[in-house]
Write a protein that binds this ligand. Sequence first.
Ligand code: SAH
Ligand code: SF4
Length: 388
Amino acid sequence: MGVLSHASTFAPTVGSDGRRNLVGLDRAELTAAVAELGLEPFRARQLWHWIYHRGATSFETMTTLAKPVRERLSGHFMVRRPEVSRDLRSEDGTRKWLLRMEDGQQFETVHIPEEDRGTLCVSSQVGCTLTCRFCHTGTQRLVRNLEAGEIVAQVMMARDALDEWPAPPDGRLLSNIVMMGMGEPLYNYENVAKALKIVMDGEGISISKRRITLSTSGVVPIMRRCGEELGVNLAVSLHAVTDELRDRIVPINRKYPIAELLEACRTYPGASNARRITFEYVMLKGVNDSLADARELVRLLKGIPSKINLIPFNPWPGAPFERSDRKQIERFADFVNAAGYASPVRTPRGEDIMAACGQLKSDSLRLSAAERAAMAQVIAEKEAAQSL
Ligand code: SAH
Ligand code: SF4
């Protein structure tokens, strides 16, 4: 399957004045960038500290650099965040930012505060080329991969908004990252990997791999690399226990069916009882929520160090499913628990601002009747294209 259906060639890392944005450069690139100006390599280390650890947004504040050096740098470079075009707060404290890039593309980042931690839900693409039936992002046609800088910038923008610079060793407001926003992160692996390596660097933003979870719909050939090269926690969007149903609701299953997916999980580097793989399972009323499904789920996951995350379906305008009844979700959870699996039911957060799982879509806010009709049309077209 192709990664991009509507690729953009615009390079958002360069401003209209020709200055290059340093946010998103890794150590080697930063060293090369300062060398271009004839500056010594230790300047790159200083910049790294100011940009990624202190959160500086201008060269003027970098007081350990001599004034002429700062002036030279600001003549060629910038330290820029994406523009926040909307900042929405939910009654439950969840916050959603709509970010606009230089090419006009928009995408979303969500912050979910909890008592002892704060999780940032980060996007990897604008829209998604996959078309999971229950997912709002999957109805969005315009797609491009996010650059590494745009992925790192989401974390930096959130730190700005939460006022949590310099990056603390164990951030309270921003302690965890989940790659569960818009897009399929393993279809943009190079940029996601580069971004996460920057985010994990102990002398910068410094969020440990143990506090980062990458969720995939099941891009089997890349899963191993993700474990070997990044070592982050893995979450897998399973959602169905038969190929027949998964083919329909998670269409990537036609390419990588359940048996192959579970084999990749079984051999995921670093998976152990201490570091379990999370299997996400969206609860769709009358579709995948019977006790027979629960039984089959337990059978399938046998031998894989796993936990199961039950996600009550989050509705969106025109969605072709309903959320399972609370009682049925409890019954399903009890069965899975009794079989020895931790199976927390994910509490929907930020529903009033369409920030819950699967509700993200750049232009989804406050839909007009005309927009709703347009969305129904998009879904109908996608369904026709897939002859479901
Ligand atoms: N593309 C990746 C990560 C983003 S989605 C993936 O699919 O794994 C994060 C999680 O939310 C996935 O498990 C996804 O299947 C789930 N999700 C999507 N739409 C949803 C909805 N409407 N209600 C509840 N969960 C949903
Ligand atoms: Fe894409 Fe994930 Fe949504 Fe599927 S669930 S359409 S893979 S974002």
